[in-house]
Design a binder for this molecule. Structure first.
Ligand code: MG
Length: 183
């Protein structure tokens, strides 16, 4: 194969002033307390907040679906490999890994390219537990992790109206959309 005879038509295209990223994650939920021998389900953790619940995410890492969605939104915005590529479940270092490690790596990549997150909106869908008592704590945790003001970070909670796996309390879903701006 020969080299192209002309240069890339946009070799020095300026980086866009803003970029947007979307992330999605789902984890199966299984009982935690009565698992004997210890089942695969982790304690129910969402946005770094441990929430008392009789079911938890089945995951290689700590199973924080919200942090995974936010991590993928950050990585997606800069067109980098996704969380599963950077932190494969075949790597024993990721076993029960704190998902803040994944988010920190994504944020470092965003910063290295000269961007910072300026707005984050998320939605978590699960039938139980009720998320409303924990929303403010989760929002604050996300704002702290991303070094963003609280009023630019949102977390919405929804149920799945008792239909399909999420509505039957067998799974949790999270969506995230993040806006990055050049620093
Ligand atoms: Mg995940």
């Amino acid at each position: 194969m020969t080299a192209p005879s002309h240069p890339d038509p946009i070799p020095s295209a300026p980086q866009p002033a803003i970029r947007i990223g979307h992330g999605y994650d789902l984890h199966r939920l299984e009982p935690t307390a009565d698992a004997a021998p210890p089942g695969p389900a982790r304690p129910f953790i969402l946005g770094t907040v441990l929430i008392p619940h009789d079911r938890g995410p089945v995951a290689h890492s700590d199973g924080d679906a919200l942090l995974h969605a936010v991590t993928d939104a950050l990585l997606g915005a800069i067109a980098h490999p996704d969380i599963g590529q950077l932190f494969p479940d075949t790597d024993p270092r990721n076993n029960a890994q704190d998902s803040r490690v994944f988010l920190a790596e994504a944020l470092a990549r965003v910063h290295a390219l000269g961007y910072r997150p300026t707005n984050l909106d998320t939605t978590v869908i699960c039938e139980r537990p009720k998320l409303s008592p924990h929303k403010d704590t989760i929002r604050q945790a996300l704002a702290d992790l991303l070094q963003m003001p609280l009023d630019c970070v949102n977390m919405k909670g929804k149920t799945h109206e008792q239909v399909d796996a999420v509505g039957e309390n067998r799974a949790i879903e999270a969506h995230a959309v993040v806006l990055l701006e050049k620093t």
